[in-house]
Design a protein around this ligand. Structure first.
Ligand SMILES: Cc1ncc(COP(=O)(O)O)c(C=O)c1O
Length: 391
């Protein structure tokens, strides 16, 4: 088989990690603790499922193609809610609905880059961003972060060339968990604007941010939509992972380019998912607030349990959204460690090597724990196992 851009990128990491489970037996007194994937394991609340069932039965439009950029009511509601969240005014023509946030990223990159162009990604990066850039023929330019996992705008400035088309940030961050301070996000916006490139900000975990008030002021900047491309997902906030609904907020001109990609790849976002997203936004704000409280409580539990683990040499680099990102204390590369941990500790986590360029040694020392599905009791078990682990 000849080399292609798709062959050149790596296999889906979560699927690869799942294969490590094959042939390993887990006992009743030590079941598998799976902290590999950042996705809710429970279905949406019953009221939402019932509303979806009713929609499926009574509305013919539930089963038909709709507008490429999404249904107008959903675009309008999201524009209004983004406006409320960020203290800004948005119009529905600045918002499009996609089949998930990964597709939102892919569509945006396809619209703003050409073969051989460059996009700057802070490391550790979200692996699907790197994979899509590889498959799109775009070079990912790694922007290393330090122990605080925060990217430095001046270091980014030094990486900008005449091929750079965008900088892509994720805040709250996957895999690092860190919430980027508003001033930092603003500094990246100013840099992107000055350089005439786009700033993509993936805010999939926006609804689990521990801060109150707008997490940044980019939507308040005049002409924000010429620089900012905000990406959002309904997957986590409303437990709709299987329905594939995400969104993009940016300029109508860029959305017209993005529409070409969306039309060709999926024609329109699924109707059930769009209905569920709209119903969720209109009826579930209290429920989402409760989910956030629960995640923040789990995060606080991790903070409480840290000292024992720290004593064993584990170092917490970032904590937030669905993630705790650690430097491990063992004299083993993280990819080997992660595989061995399955059988030897009953834990499935992802190694830092999955979030880094291969030649960056930091990845070998780091691991990501997606903690969102573990309650306090589950977290205690996880931490006990990690504290006892020796390699
Ligand atoms: C940063 C980030 N972006 C996008 C996605 C994918 O979201 P969606 O399910 O909406 O495609 C995820 C899911 O893990 C994510 O962590």
């Amino acid at each position: 088989m000849s080399q292609t851009r798709t062959r050149a990128t790596f296999p889906p990491p979560v699927m690869e990690a799942r294969r490590w489970l094959e042939g390993v037996d887990f006992t009743q007194d030590r079941p598998l603790i799976n902290v590999s994937q950042a996705a809710p394991v429970d279905p949406p609340p019953l009221a939402l499922r019932q509303a979806m069932a009713e929609f499926a039965v009574s509305e013919d439009s539930a089963h038909l193609y709709g507008p490429v950029l999404g249904n107008p009511e959903l675009r309008a509601e999201l524009a209004q809610q983004i406006g409320t969240h960020y203290g800004a005014d948005l119009s529905q023509v600045q918002v499009a609905i996609t089949s998930g946030c990964n597709q939102a990223f892919a569509a945006t990159i396809s619209a703003v880059t050409d073969e051989g162009d460059e996009v700057i990604l802070p490391t550790p990066w979200y692996f699907n961003h790197k994979m899509w850039l590889d498959m799109a023929g775009v070079r990912s330019i790694a922007l290393q972060t330090g122990d605080d996992l925060l990217p430095d705008p001046e270091a980014a400035r030094a990486l900008i060339t005449d091929k750079t088309r965008a900088i892509a940030l994720v805040t709250p961050n996957n895999p690092g968990g860190v919430e980027y301070p508003a001033e930092l996000v603003r500094a990246f916006y100013d840099l992107a604007q000055e350089a005439g490139i786009r700033l993509l900000v993936d805010e999939t975990y926006r609804d689990f941010d521990s801060r109150s008030g707008p997490p940044h002021d980019l939507f308040q900047q005049p002409g924000w939509d010429e620089t900012l491309v905000h990406l959002y997902s309904f997957s986590k906030s409303y437990r709709l992972t299987g329905h594939r609904v995400g969104a993009i907020a940016t300029s109508p001109n860029l959305l017209a380019e993005i529409e070409k990609f969306l039309d060709t790849v999926a024609i329109c976002p699924g109707q059930m998912g769009q209905f569920a997203a709209l119903w969720g936004m209109q009826n579930l704000s209290q429920w989402v607030a409760g989910e956030r409280d629960e995640i923040l409580d789990r995060r606080a539990a991790i903070q409480d349990m840290l000292p024992d683990l720290a004593e064993k040499g584990w170092k917490l680099l970032g904590l937030g959204a669905y993630f705790a990102y650690f430097e491990h204390p063992f004299d083993l590369p993280s990819d080997e460690l992660a595989k061995r941990m399955v059988a030897e500790t009953g834990i499935l986590l992802l190694p830092g090597t999955m979030f880094m360029p291969q030649d960056d040694p930091a990845g070998k020392r780091q691991v990501r724990i997606a903690f969102a599905n573990l309650d306090r009791k589950g977290l205690r078990q996880l931490f006990d196992r990690l504290t006892d682990a020796t390699f």
